[in-house]
Design a protein around this ligand. Structure first.
Ligand SMILES: [Zn+2]
Ligand SMILES: [Zn+2]
Length: 329
């Protein structure tokens, strides 16, 4: 029989419908066509630096540089530049804006973080230096935008594969800095402020000892959340209460890279190459918040029921997910 499960601390529900469950091998087809292909015209590849806007930050051997229109930095490890087709832009609003108080100018920043100069490189195959280097770039860029007086939220995420929203095969993450706090975080914050103990600290204790635990290192826990909106959803939480990447020590950055890579390796082993998103939930202005990273393979589609209700039907239980990803099945 299926099960209706309530979110840990929000009035939200999902349906775990295992009788419709499939084996992990049934999902492998979802990734078809998302196999990374080499593209000579890829604008993210090393050598094509002129084809993007000048980089705002270029990392080489741990040092940070910036491009100019005339001169682009070569031989980089990571490269961050404004998105060519930004959802929001830092340009001042055109005259006429502000007449309708419901309409805000599309102010904000939209940045691409290219994770490697190599087109076919996969995060799961990154060395210790590469993966912790990337997490440091994440921290730097989030801090850069968090320091802007008009920015209230920095969304940091990765779309991997077409079904997950990626328009480029080349490994990259994105960051969108918003002048407002988005509703998902507002709703969580309201619920967090209504209780005495941080609900994330509480659920962390529970999940560490549950059959949903997948990986654990000295600083982080990765588990399939009891309330999971899709097959193979994974949450990664720091064991200590910490609200945003800007407060991460070098040890935390390293341990985060290590556990993220471990989850991606488990995914690859069980599901092959698959489209997925990873997303950071963090609030730089709010110490009550507990940073978390969520990974969601895009192997089920939100359809009429999900859009109508916000209730997601998940055909692989979190317990099964954890068992597969731990390598027990
Ligand atoms: Zn490329
Ligand atoms: Zn906490």
């Amino acid at each position: 029989m299926s099960e209706i499960r309530k979110h840990y601390f929000l009035p939200e529900y999902c349906i775990i419908a295992e009788e419709r469950a499939k084996r992990p091998s049934d999902f492998a087809g979802a990734a078809e066509g998302s196999e990374e292909s080499l593209s000579e015209s890829c604008v993210f590849c090393a050598g094509n630096e002129e084809k993007t806007p000048p980089a705002t930050a270029v990392y080489r051997n741990g040092e940070v540089f910036a491009d100019t229109w005339e001169k682009r930095v070569r031989n980089w490890d990571f490269r961050c530049f404004p998105n060519l087709y930004p959802a929001l832009s830092p340009a001042p609003p055109s005259p006429g804006f502000g007449k309708d108080p419901e309409v805000l100018p599309g102010f904000g920043f939209h940045e691409v973080i290219v994770e490697s100069p190599l087109h076919g490189k996969n995060l799961k195959d990154f060395s210790d230096t590469e993966i912790s280097g990337l997490i440091r770039v994440y921290k730097d860029r989030v801090c850069h935008y968090a320091a802007h007086e008009k920015i209230r939220y920095v969304s940091l995420f990765k779309n991997s594969g077409k079904a997950a929203g990626a328009s480029q095969d080349h490994p990259h993450s994105q960051l969108i800095a918003l002048p407002v706090c988005p509703q998902i975080l507002e709703r969580e914050l309201k619920a967090i402020r209504e209780v005495e103990e941080c609900p994330y600290c509480a659920l962390l204790e529970k999940e560490k000892a549950s059959p949903r635990l997948i990986h654990e290192n000295s600083k982080f826990v990765a588990f399939a959340p009891y309330y999971s909106i899709g097959p193979f959803e994974v949450w990664v939480l720091p064991k200590e209460h910490i609200n945003f990447l800007g407060n991460f020590s070098p040890e935390l950055l390293f341990a985060l890279g290590e556990i993220l890579r471990a989850v991606l390796r488990s995914y690859a082993k069980v599901l092959g190459i698959l489209p997925y998103n990873h997303m950071f939930y963090q609030l730089f202005e709010t110490p009550e918040y507990h940073l978390n990273l969520r990974l969601l393979p895009r192997i089920s589609t939100a359809a009429g029921f999900e859009l109508n209700t916000g209730v997601y039907i998940n055909t692989v239980s979190p317990e099964k997910t954890a068992s597969y990803l731990r390598g027990n099945e």
